[in-house]
Design a protein around this ligand. Structure first.
Ligand SMILES: [Zn+2]
Ligand SMILES: [Zn+2]
Length: 348
C-alpha cells in the first residue's frame, strides 16, 4: 500500500509500505477513506515534535471503514464507517481513568498515531484500543462532515470545556486557522455574550464573517487590538482568551487583552519557548491553561454533527486525490490558494 512517511526532518515521502496487520486483540485495521493534513504534521516535518519517530506513517485526522478486527473488539464490526480519535488510549491507566487520555501511559497511548506509530495518511492503518478510539459515523453524516471529529473538533471542544465559558462572557479567539475555526464552532454551543476573532489573514476573517462564527473580527494589521478589546469590554479586557495562533507575539497579546481574573487558554502548539512576563502581570490574577487535547468526547461531537449543530465542512477549501498528497502538503504548508483544510480522497 502507499503511505506518507516521515523519513527525516524536512523529508516526507509518499511510498510503498507494508500493509499493517493486527497486533493486539483490541486492534482494528482500517481502510482509510478520507484523510487530511494537520499543522501538527508540519510541526513533525520541521522537527519540532521531539516525541515523533522517524520512519512513521503520518496522519492523525482521518475516517475509514473497519477492514479487520481483533478478537476482543466489541463495539465495531467489519464494514463500519468510523471516525478516528487522534489519541489512542488504554482506558485503564491512572490518567485515562481521570479522562486525561493525552497522557495515557501505554506505549500506544496519547498522541501516538502518525507520530510514534503509523497513522492515517496511508491506504490502511492499525488502530490500537479500537473500542476506545473509534466513533461510528451515522449514515446521514458524510466522510467530510466527520473528518475533523477526532482532532480539530476535539481540540475545539476540549478548549471550550477547560475555558469554562459563562453566558455573559466576552470571548476572544486569537487565530482563525483550522483550530481557531473549530474552537469557534464549539464556542457557539456555549453561547457566550460576545465572540471576537483576531487574525491577520483577511480571507480567514471573511470566512468567519460569512458563516457568522463571531460577532466581531479584528485584524491587527489594521487596528490597535488592545484598544479595540477595551472598547468592546467596558474597559476591562476579555473574560476568556483562546490563543490558537502560536505566532511571534500572540502569546503576549493573549495575556495583555485578558481582563484581571480572566482565563487564558493556550491551544496553540508553539515552536519556540515563550516567556511569562511575571512582574507585569503580577496582580492580574490570571488563570492560564494549556496543553494538548484530551480527546475522548468524540461521541458527543459526532452527535452535534449529526444534529447539524456543528458543521466544519466550511473549513474544506481544497479536495484532492491521495496520489497528489505531496502537492497537498506543499499547498498546506505554504498556505497557498487561501487553504484552510484539504480533504484527501483515498478512494480510487
Ligand atoms: Zn492534528
Ligand atoms: Zn491509559
Amino acid at each position: 500500500m502507499k503511505a506518507v512517511v516521515y523519513e527525516d526532518i524536512n523529508r516526507l515521502v509518499l511510498k510503498e509500505c507494508e500493509k499493517p496487520k493486527l497486533i493486539e486483540d483490541t486492534d482494528v485495521i482500517l481502510k482509510v477513506t478520507t484523510t487530511t493534513i494537520c499543522s501538527s504534521d508540519i510541526h513533525i516535518k520541521r522537527g519540532f515534535v521531539p516525541r515523533s519517530v522517524k520512519g512513521v506513517v503520518l496522519g492523525h485526522e482521518f475516517v475509514g471503514v473497519v477492514e479487520e478486527k481483533g478478537a476482543k473488539v466489541k463495539n465495531f464490526n467489519i464494514g463500519d464507517r468510523v471516525a478516528v480519535n487522534c489519541e489512542t488510549f488504554c482506558g485503564e491507566c491512572f490518567y485515562c481513568k481521570k479522562g486525561y487520555v493525552n497522557n495515557c501511559i501505554d506505549k500506544n497511548g496519547g498522541w501516538a498515531l502518525g507520530c510514534r506509530i503509523d497513522g492515517g495518511q496511508g491506504e490502511y492503518t492499525r488502530i490500537p484500543f479500537a473500542d476506545n478510539c473509534l466513533t461510528k459515523i451515522p449514515d446521514s453524516v458524510t466522510d467530510e462532515e466527520a473528518l475533523f471529529t477526532g482532532d480539530l473538533l476535539s481540540t475545539g471542544y476540549w478548549a471550550c470545556k477547560i475555558g469554562e465559558i459563562e453566558k455573559d462572557d466576552t470571548v476572544v479567539v486569537i487565530g482563525a486557522g483550522p483550530t481557531g475555526l473549530c474552537t469557534l464552532l464549539n464556542l457557539k454551543l456555549h453561547n457566550p455574550k460576545k465572540i471576537i476573532v483576531i487574525d491577520v489573514d483577511e480571507n480567514r476573517l471573511e470566512l468567519v464573517k460569512k458563516n457568522s462564527y463571531a460577532d466581531i473580527v479584528l485584524n491587527p494589521l489594521k487596528v490597535d487590538i488592545e484598544k479595540e478589546i477595551l472598547k468592546y469590554t467596558e474597559g476591562r479586557g476579555a473574560d476568556r482568551v483562546f490563543e490558537v495562533a502560536g505566532g511571534e507575539r500572540t502569546f503576549d497579546l493573549a495575556l495583555k487583552i485578558a481582563r484581571p481574573n480572566a482565563t487564558v487558554v493556550l491551544v496553540a502548539m508553539y515552536e519556540k519557548d515563550q516567556t511569562l512576563p511575571l512582574p507585569n502581570i503580577y496582580g492580574k490574577n490570571l488563570t492560564i491553561k494549556f496543553g494538548g487535547v484530551d480527546g475522548y468526547d468524540c461521541d458527543k461531537i459526532m452527535k452535534y454533527i449529526e444534529e447539524k449543530k456543528i458543521d466544519a465542512t466550511s473549513l474544506i477549501t481544497h479536495r484532492m486525490k491521495f496520489k497528489d498528497i505531496m502537492e497537498a502538503y506543499e499547498i498546506f504548508e505554504n498556505k497557498r490558494d487561501g487553504v484552510i483544510k484539504i480533504a484527501i480522497d483515498m478512494k480510487e
